[in-house]
Write a protein that binds this ligand. Structure first.
Ligand code: PGA
Length: 251
């Protein structure tokens, strides 16, 4: 089996003042030099300049929470992937369930953002996941298949060669309810199998993160599952000590 380096990504969402974000980035940068997991922080776009200065000489990687599918032009309020690259971003979270639900981003739209991000030389973190209603209706596999297939159909399997997938069951995000390690593993294995049906080598190298109420006390059992290659962390990433404890759990 391909060796996959663990990735722990902090999704800071719409939080913090300039000062508190600087303090958080400083504490995370100071505490993760010895880890074998890759550690990523994703502040808001306006905080990227400050955070990139802090993380530049550390082991921490920088990412963004969203970006436009457009390169430039009359798209008021948008930020392009190449602008994020200029600030040192390596990853962009795309298709987070909050973007899909609140801002009505369709899977096709998310797929076009994936292409824009890859074109700028960055790596998308493609978020997929079902709502509680969909889970109870037995639709987990079909919902996730639709979200993955939008990328496969608009690009090709090669797109997954430079991609991270994050499985985030919507019912587990910010709710304190975590998928059990077995529930998460089952979906991660399904995602990998779906990619493997197109290209086994790409599937074996693909990092699949779990997200949804990951905390220091549940991280170890989640990360010990064979197809879980790290986590996308929201609430617990806003506290340097908790976030670093989760990074420790990933190795
Ligand atoms: P949470 O958020 O860890 O607060 O559940 C995860 C996410 O939304 O990426």
């Amino acid at each position: 089996m391909a060796h996959r380096q663990s990735l722990i990504a902090g999704n800071w969402k719409l939080n913090g003042s300039r000062q508190s974000v600087i303090e958080l980035a400083t504490a995370v940068s100071a505490g993760c030099g010895h880890l074998s997991a890759e550690v990523l922080v994703c502040p808001t776009s306006v905080h990227l300049g400050d955070v990139s200065t802090i993380t530049a000489d550390s082991a921490v990687t920088l990412g963004a929470q969203n970006c436009s599918n457009e390169q430039s032009g009359a798209f008021t309020g948008e930020v392009s992937a190449s602008m994020l690259a200029e600030y040192g971003c390596k990853y962009v979270i795309l298709g987070h369930s909050e973007r899909r639900a609140i801002y009505h981003e369709s899977s096709e739209w998310v797929a076009s953002k994936c292409q824009a991000v890859q074109k700028a030389g960055l790596t998308p973190i493609l978020c997929v996941g079902e709502t509680l209603e969909e889970r109870e209706a037995g639709q987990v596999e079909s919902v996730i298949a639709e979200q993955l297939d939008a990328v496969l159909n608009s690009a090709s399997i090669q797109a997954f060669d430079n991609m991270v997938v994050a499985y985030e069951p919507v019912w587990a995000i910010g709710t304190g309810k975590t998928a059990s390690p077995e529930q998460a593993q089952e979906v991660h294995a399904m995602i990998r199998a779906r990619i493997a049906a197109h290209d086994n080598a790409i599937a074996q190298a693909l990092r699949i993160l779990y997200g949804g109420s990951v905390k220091p006390d549940n991280a170890t059992t989640l990360f010990s599952q064979v197809d879980i290659d790290g986590g996308l962390i929201g609430g617990a990433a806003l506290d340097a000590e908790s976030f670093l404890a989760i990074c420790e759990a990933a190795g």
